[in-house]
Design a protein around this ligand. Structure first.
Ligand code: HEM
Length: 401
């Protein structure tokens, strides 16, 4: 568990994958699975569910709006509820436009996030950066889907509360005030999503087309749809922040950026609003390296719904498996070439629950990183930083003390 926030967990992951790909860890009370074969076997196994059998909603959230929202998420369900929503959501996300105008909107949202991070944190650059890496993906996703710009700040604030409440609900003694703030945020986000689909979205955008597509589909469940639109924001929140923050740390350490690349990124930012997608290539390259070699989502979990034999071991109903996604990645040494084609982007999961948001996530993160590089900030003081946000599954570099 500590590996997620360790300065360099990758030698440990390599050793775990080589020597202990599937073992019970008595101190954690969990099975721990590592390496591409065991990880894929677990994530494909029909006995493994995304939530404990009969407990889709965590007990601490179950008595309020955040619980009702959580229980409708594609991410938290197997079987019929998952099958009903996942293919449709995947198709809709694939339909997000990536033309010049849409990318310009993402740049505009990114500039708004820069300005608001400044308002929230002032001149301290590390604190501003910590704010920006969470804020920018929210604004950019909102802009991309068609949320009016007047709502971006509130959406960011509510999603933050909702994500905090989900994390709190997993703790042994959850704090009531954090859970309550999550319930309030869930209500606000669900109402907003209803309004977006009914009338409030920017004309001609993804949300409007999604509303039309749902209206054409008689079996569409409007309540599940609004829950999952809110879910797009919560899925993006920590994961995209990690992708951006870990990319910035990589830049700061000079791992993948020469002085001329830095100059070219800064020059392209000056042309920001008219930038062609090709101008983002430096940021895109780093983001894709981070996806492979310093990934934002390092773990996920699976819960045994029936007894099963997995990787030659017998597991009982109720057993829990920690799936170390980050251990399935081949290291740069193994790949032998930083430019080699990656087989699987394990940080985006695998199997039936694999993330449908890889392309939007990469685009949003690349635009966020591009803005930081072009902002003229001196990243050198961040070079020696090794702090990460204290989270169990997501690796998110932290820049302020
Ligand atoms: C760096 C960014 C991201 C990473 C690393 C990431 C990673 C993941 C992972 C690992 C899962 C599967 C969890 C599991 O199987 O236990 C997942 C599921 C999901 N992600 Fe992402 N995600 C990212 C961004 C996004 C974005 C931008 C969206 C949408 C806008 C999104 C939407 C979803 C959805 C809807 C699911 C649930 C899929 C299902 O359960 O079938 N994600 N993501």
């Amino acid at each position: 568990m500590d590996a997620v926030v360790h300065p360099d967990p990758y030698p440990y992951y390599t050793s775990l994958a080589a020597h202990r790909p599937f073992e019970f860890d008595a101190s954690l009370g969990l099975w721990v699975t590592a390496g591409p074969h065991a990880v894929a076997e677990v994530l494909r196994h029909p006995a493994c569910g995304v939530r404990p059998a009969g407990a889709v909603v965590p007990a601490a959230l179950s008595h309020g709006p955040a619980g009702a929202w959580f229980g409708a998420l594609v991410r938290m369900n197997d079987g019929a509820a998952h099958a009903a929503m996942k293919p449709w959501l995947k198709t809709r996300l694939a339909a997000l436009p990536s033309d010049r105008d849409s990318l310009a909107k993402l740049h505009e949202a990114t500039q708004a996030a820069c300005a608001d991070a400044y308002l929230a944190c002032g001149k301290t650059s590390a604190a501003r950066l910590d704010d920006f890496v969470f804020r920018q993906p929210m604004y950019a996703l909102a802009a991309w889907l068609g949320v009016p710009s007047t709502q971006w700040t509130e959406v960011h604030a509510d999603v933050r509360e909702l994500v905090a409440a989900m994390a709190e609900a997993a703790r042994p003694s959850p704090r009531e005030d954090v859970l309550d703030a999550g319930h309030t945020a869930a209500t606000a986000m669900r109402s907003r999503a209803i309004r977006w689909l009914e009338a409030d979205a920017v004309p001609g955008t993804w949300l409007q087309e999604t509303a039309r597509s749902a209206a054409r589909n008689e079996s569409a469940d409007f309540s599940a749809l609004t829950a999952n639109i809110v879910g797009l924001f919560t899925q993006t929140h920590d994961a995209c922040a990690g992708l951006i923050a870990n990319s910035v740390r990589r830049f700061a350490r000079g791992a993948s950026m020469t002085a001329s690349m830095r100059a070219s990124a800064a020059a392209s930012m000056e042309r920001s609003m008219s930038a062609s997608p090709a101008d983002l290539r430096v940021a895109i390259k780093t983001v894709s390296d981070v996806i492979r070699f310093d990934p934002p989502v390092q773990n996920t979990r699976r819960f045994l719904h029936t007894s099963a034999v997995i990787h030659g071991r017998t597991l009982a109903k109720g057993d829990v498996i920690l799936v170390v996604l980050a251990s399935a990645v081949r290291s740069p040494d193994e790949v032998g070439d930083m430019n080699a084609t990656d087989d699987t982007a394990w940080t985006f999961g695998f199997g039936a629950h694999a993330c449908p948001g890889r392309t939007p996530a990469s685009t949003i993160a690349a635009i966020g990183v591009h803005a930081i590089l072009g902002g003229g900030e001196d990243l050198a003081p961040l070079r020696n930083g090794t702090a990460y946000h204290p989270l169990p599954n997501a690796r998110i570099a932290r820049f302020s003390a």
